[in-house]
Design a binder for this molecule. Structure first.
Ligand SMILES: [Zn+2]
Ligand SMILES: [Zn+2]
Length: 200
């Protein structure tokens, strides 16, 4: 029941957030026409993108998108690096962790109508499309960040989690709890073995 409630609250907050963001969202629409006309060989890109929310993670501000679209004799290539600072709890031990998430985004830039629908559908991750001389990559970039972001954030890859008995983080050392659940019928035997050890 409590799980259901928290899920419902999350959905409401996401809706509200999406609505609130629509007002102030910085949209990046890049004017590619100077490149198409051959006036420049490359256009630099540097802006802040508001990422889609990721459950259980807080982003410390917007994502920084940096890179360029370059023209190599008619073959246009977009290369971007997106950097996003985040914090949240380790999925295993609940320790507060933070970090910088980085993802590369590279696409071939083509004019609308150059490729068929089928070609585009077969190569969704390969192209970005210029429409009326403009390039709008925000949605594709946001999706890339969302798909690339780790589904679980961990304090370290080998985080051993929490002691199931006392709840202490196991990486802090031995909490003193018995390592194995001992069958009460065997407890007597364990005591005998302990005594035997003492006698050595
Ligand atoms: Zn951990
Ligand atoms: Zn313990």
């Amino acid at each position: 029941m409590s799980h259901f409630v928290s899920l419902a609250v999350y959905h409401i907050s996401v809706h509200f957030w999406a609505f609130a963001r629509r007002e102030r969202q910085a949209i990046m629409i890049l004017d590619i026409r100077p490149l198409l006309r051959g006036e420049v060989k490359s256009i630099a890109i540097d802006y802040m993108l508001t990422p889609e929310p990721v459950y259980g993670v807080c982003f410390d501000g917007d994502a920084h998108v940096e890179g360029a679209v370059k023209d190599n004799s008619g073959y246009m290539r977009l290369k971007l690096k997106t950097t996003l600072t985040y914090h949240g709890e380790c999925a295993r031990c609940l320790t507060e962790v933070g970090g910088v998430f980085e993802i590369d985004f590279e696409r071939t830039v083509v004019n609308e109508g150059v490729l068929t629908e089928a070609q585009l559908e077969d190569n969704v991750d390969e192209y970005v499309i210029i429409k009326d001389g403009m390039l709008d990559i925000d949605e594709q970039l946001k999706e890339e960040v969302l798909l690339g972001f780790p589904t679980k954030i961990l304090c370290s890859e080998d985080c051993p989690g929490l002691c199931p008995k006392c709840g202490k983080p196991l990486r802090d050392g031995d909490c003193g709890c018995p390592k194995k659940e001992i069958d009460p019928r065997l407890a007597v035997l364990a005591t005998l073995l302990d005594k035997n050890d003492d006698n050595k």
